[in-house]
Write a protein that binds this ligand. Structure first.
Ligand SMILES: C[S@@+](CC[C@H](N)C(=O)[O-])C[C@H]1O[C@@H](n2cnc3c(N)ncnc32)[C@H](O)[C@@H]1O
Length: 293
């Protein structure tokens, strides 16, 4: 059967989609399909009111339950592009959504979303493959488009965390550099088939300029990463110990140029703006020449 909509709701039954796809999701391939209609109905509504929905990207289409809701929520002249790596599901999506593809409202790209060039998009709504959530999130965030993404709960909590909490770290500062990030809803394992071992959570990222200025974004992000590898140390020692990661040629000069209050803090006590200030001083005094892992 192709394009079978539920008569009452107008949307495809997610369990029926999984059945029609013919193969069970394989957790080893990050295949946990959303089958809870209420969650599926809410997800497209989480885009900010002002979001341009004319071209929505979905990464990881699976059996198409979310694709179906995104198509239903699209404006009259809007379109959806879905990227799916698994040939079985990509080919199922092409069959199931043949009518939408023919009328030009859906494009299915069979590719690895980490490798392929991402199409231009005005917003992205995805239940991301959990094994590569971080890599995908940091491919999407720099595009500065509204994102509604489902992650493992623990990852989502780290993304939205505030300074001075156990969850606050490199992920929080890097994500919040690009966008206002909010955790909107925790999703239990029962909402998926097959069920993941852990809870999930839906995050909205609304792009905005940060409240601070960063001249060298690559260095800023590398510096944050470097300091959080030493999160139990003081900022003083973290700067000294991580020059091989941050790329600072002269970390001692940076330490001399920074005030004592900042140096005696731990990285987890610095706000994103605090990191930006510190990175500016570091770049000015420490001679940045590269950096690595
Ligand atoms: C968590 S499932 C979500 C499926 C569907 N959107 C849903 O909500 O039910 C993630 C999907 O991403 C696909 N996937 C995994 N890694 C991928 C990658 N690197 N690029 C594109 N798709 C990927 C999996 O095959 C799977 O269909």
């Amino acid at each position: 059967m192709t394009g079978g909509s539920d008569v009452e709701t107008g949307s495809r039954d997610p369990d029926a989609l999984v059945r029609r796809a013919g193969a069970r999701g394989n957790p080893d391939r990050d295949q946990h399909f959303l089958v809870d209609d209420r969650v599926l109905d809410r997800i497209p509504t989480y885009l900010p009111e002002s979001a341009d929905r004319s071209h929505v990207l979905e990464v990881g289409g699976g059996a198409g339950a979310l694709t179906d809701r995104l198509l239903a929520a699209a404006p009259a002249d809007g379109s959806v592009t879905v990227i799916e790596r698994d040939p079985t599901y990509a080919s199922f999506l092409r069959e199931e959504f043949e009518a939408e593809i023919t009328e030009g409202t859906l494009t299915v790209i069979e590719a690895d979303a980490l490798e392929c060039e991402l199409p231009a998009f005005t917003a992205c709504v995805s239940n991301l493959p959990y094994g590569v959530s971080s890599e995908l999130a940091f491919r999407l965030l720099p595009a500065k488009r509204p994102l509604v993404l489902t992650f493992q709960r623990e990852f989502a909590e780290r993304m939205v965390a505030e300074p001075n909490t156990a969850e606050y770290g490199r992920l929080s500062v890097s994500a919040q550099h690009y966008a206002d990030v909010e955790l909107l809803e925790v999703v239990p394992p029962e909402a998926f088939d097959p069920q993941p071992a852990v809870e999930s959570a839906i995050v909205r990222a609304t792009p905005r300029e940060p409240a601070y200025t960063v001249d060298d974004e690559a260095f800023f992000l590398r510096f944050v990463k470097a300091l959080f590898t030493q999160r139990r140390k003081t900022v003083r020692n973290a700067i000294r110990n991580t020059a091989h990661i941050s790329g600072l040629d002269d970390p001692a000069a940076v330490v001399s140029a920074v005030d004592e209050t900042t140096l005696s803090k731990r990285p987890g006590e610095l706000s994103p703006a605090g990191f930006a200030e510190l990175a500016a001083v570091a770049a000015e005094h420490g001679v940045v020449s590269g950096g690595g892992e």
